[in-house]
Write a protein that binds this ligand. Structure first.
Ligand SMILES: [Ca+2]
Length: 212
């Protein structure tokens, strides 16, 4: 009987230790502030299906213009906007310098001097190792604001892709991928718990309208 009691207490101790560790992990994850993983300064690299002509001032509207940290959408100002050629189903994507990371939110900044309607019937996709882990399809740019926010249910991905389903130019002033780097992501057994923690953080910093 005594051994049974001790055994129970030992199990209870282990259970408490596991719960304490899980709660500590949750607290750490919840406190980890999301960062913009897409920034070129964080080692991320962007590519796109084609690149429009070099501007008169020598600026090349390549894919990297959307991860330079400048959200200005005025093509005729200090332009930091991507621009593909007119083509069928143009695409842009960023490979995160952090590698696989817990992604919570994607903010897309559109061109503002004109042509915001070009960003319609578009898809936002998160990939990991080339496999799709999250998608939002056939979005319309409904807001007059320059920014659209996509809340992501805390998926782990290494690449974010934006694509049109039709023939047009694809221009993006900036794409921000908010999440937590791999160094702050614990082992897989605890990922669901961490996801809940980051979800609360993500909701608190929502700033704008989300396309339908
Ligand atoms: Ca930019």
């Amino acid at each position: 009987m005594e051994n049974t009691k001790h055994h129970f207490q030992a199990l209870k101790t282990l259970a408490c230790a596991a719960a304490t560790a899980a709660l500590a992990l949750f607290a750490v994850a919840a406190q980890a502030a999301p960062v913009n993983l897409a920034l070129a300064s964080n080692g991320s690299e962007a590519t796109q299906s084609s690149t429009y002509n070099t501007r008169h001032d020598g600026m090349v509207p390549n894919a990297g213009q959307a991860i330079d940290g400048n959200t200005d959408g005025d093509w005729y100002g200090v332009s930091t906007i991507t621009h593909t050629q007119l083509e069928s189903q143009p695409w842009w994507q960023v490979s995160l310098g952090a590698g696989a990371a817990l992604i919570k939110e994607i903010d897309i900044w559109n061109r503002t001097d004109c042509c915001s309607n070009r960003l319609n019937d578009f898809n936002v996709t998160v990939l990991r190792g080339g496999n799709v882990v999250w998608q939002s399809l056939n979005n319309s740019w409904l807001s007059a604001l320059p920014e659209a926010i996509f809340d992501i249910p805390s998926v782990i991905g290494d690449t974010v892709r934006i694509s049109l389903n039709r023939t047009d130019y694809l221009s993006l002033a900036e794409v921000q991928v908010w999440g937590t780097t791999a160094s702050a992501v614990p082992e897989p057994g605890s990922l669901a718990l961490v996801g809940l923690g980051l979800g609360a953080v993500g909701l608190s910093r929502r700033r704008g309208n989300r396309p339908a």
